[in-house]
Design a protein around this ligand. Structure first.
Ligand SMILES: Nc1nc2c(ncn2[C@@H]2O[C@H](COP(=O)(O)OP(=O)(O)O)[C@@H](O)[C@H]2O)c(=O)[nH]1
Ligand SMILES: [Mg+2]
Length: 452
């Protein structure tokens, strides 16, 4: 995904590395290369220009953090600004307060609307356990309706059947009414597209939009088309007030410019990305993850350094002292560590920066964060004495703590076992003290869980 862009940006930033002192001309030169990489990826000119300006301004004013080399601080500025450019953070689907949530899918022909409608239905059904009704208002092409019907069966969603004599807005209205009566959670309405924006199509989709007032109007944007697709998105946005964008075909050799520009140009967030023809190839869009991917975080050092910089230094020092002296860590210390991990964005956000960790692992990492939150809840339900002396936590205490924190007893036991293991690791580290810099335990734990 976006390989060329990533390679070029990594190269540009790589030219900074090795320079102990960064002169203005070295930085300018690197940023010129970044700008060129963006333009070659088909990022809209004003967007690329503003991006570079922003980075430059921050680079000039940045006091270099003690823990980062000058090159690393530029890289982290680029990373942060890319994240902002892409939309900051994931924006979830809007949901109805009562009755079915209605999602209208709009876009040009061939952009992937029908496929996306089915992929989205699958996500809602499988991940959120919601009931979904799919329907198509593409009355001009019976084949398009059949395509969606078949896909509905594949994903196990209900399909609202109609005939071509009903108007698109009536089909949409009837589908929503049916969903309301049958207490179906989501209605996804696939629409007809043209090869280019034309008045007739815009009027039609506007009527559909008006008839059902969807909670979510998603524009499906084909990444292969680039700038022109972004212009279409703007045209749709003027008529329909989009609530989000789905960028499809990012698995192809699309250059990425559309993905990089659409947020800035339309002001609407990219909510999902399509990454393949398969029905399961739809991902929630995470700007920070994409930014990491683009700058090719081959630089684990940057990661570790910035982690150390963000970590609460005093606490980290206290802990380091404790470990160096070979003192026992109690569960309150452990909780501090876990809180720190969450403050830094969670295990998933730390891990995605690690090169070579496949993106298919990321959902599992999200659940690692849940474990962390659960552990914190468990520790919160202990008495101070228990935190200090976990060995006293036997069956009856375990049961009380489990009830107090709303988990099962086995979760409490799991945590206690993990703590035992951690104790052993700490003792080993204490024995090795002086042999090098101590790692933050959060990172250690990460390595245990995910072999690199
Ligand atoms: N590689 C790839 N192909 C996609 C993706 N989304 C859709 N397609 C393909 O694009 C073509 C058009 O998709 P379709 O959903 O029929 O587009 P529509 O005309 O907008 O409804 C089909 O061949 C899809 O398999 C994607 O994320 N990646
Ligand atoms: Mg279609």
């Amino acid at each position: 995904m976006l390989d060329t862009l990533r390679d070029r940006i990594t190269n540009a930033l790589g030219s900074l590395r090795g320079n102990k002192k960064l002169t203005e001309s070295v930085v300018n030169d690197a940023l010129r290369q970044v700008r060129r990489a963006l333009l070659e990826a088909d990022v809209a000119l004003p967007v690329a220009r503003e991006f570079i300006e922003q980075v430059k301004e921050r680079a000039v004013n940045a006091e270099t953090l003690a823990s980062l080399t000058p090159a690393q601080s530029i890289i982290s500025i680029v990373h942060e600004e890319l994240t902002v450019l892409l939309g900051d953070s994931n924006v979830p689907i809007n949901q109805s307060d009562g009755g079915p949530t209605v999602i209208l899918i709009a876009g040009l022909q061939g952009s992937g609307k029908t496929t996306t409608a089915a992929k989205l239905a699958r996500v809602l059904k499988e991940k959120d356990k919601k009931s979904v009704l799919l329907t198509s208002v593409d009355i001009y092409r019976p084949a398009a309706i059949d395509q969606l019907k078949t896909l509905s069966e594949t994903v196990g969603a209900e399909f609202w059947n109609t005939d071509s004599s009903t108007s698109p807005q009536d089909i949409a209205t009837e589908a929503v009414t049916h969903a309301r009566r049958s207490s179906i959670d989501f209605v996804i309405i696939d629409s007809a597209g043209r090869l280019h924006v034309d008045q007739k199509m815009m009027d039609e989709i506007e009527r559909v939009h008006h008839a059902i007032s969807p909670h979510e109007t998603l524009f499906v944007l084909d990444a292969m088309i680039g700038q022109d697709a972004v212009n279409s998105a703007s045209a749709f946005n003027e008529k329909l007030d989009l609530t989000g964008v789905v960028v499809t075909k990012l698995d192809s050799d699309a250059r990425g410019g559309a993905l990089m520009s659409v947020r800035q140009i339309t002001g609407k967030p990219v909510k999902f990305i399509g990454v393949g023809e398969g029905i399961d190839a739809l991902e929630f869009f995470h700007p920070d993850r994409m930014a990491s991917r683009i700058i090719g975080m081959g630089d684990v050092l940057t990661l570790i350094e910035s982690v150390q910089e963000k970590a609460d230094e005093d606490k980290a020092k206290q802990l380091e002292q404790k470990v160096r002296k070979g003192r026992r860590l109690d569960l309150a210390d452990y909780r501090d560590q876990m809180l720190m991990t969450l403050e830094m964005g969670g295990i998933s956000s730390l891990a995605k920066m690690i090169p070579g960790l496949s993106s298919s692992k990321l959902p599992e990492l999200g659940s690692a964060d849940e474990v962390v939150r659960r552990e914190i809840a468990i520790i919160n339900s202990m008495t101070p004495h228990e935190r200090e002396r976990p060995a006293i936590i036997r069956a009856s205490r375990r049961a009380r703590i489990a009830t107090g924190s709303g988990v099962e007893v086995r979760h409490v036991s799991q945590l206690l076992r993990k703590y035992e293991k951690l104790q052993k690791t700490m003792r080993k580290m204490a024995r090795q003290q002086g042999k090098g810099r101590m790692q933050i335990p959060g990172m250690e734990q990460l390595k245990d869980q995910f072999p690199m």
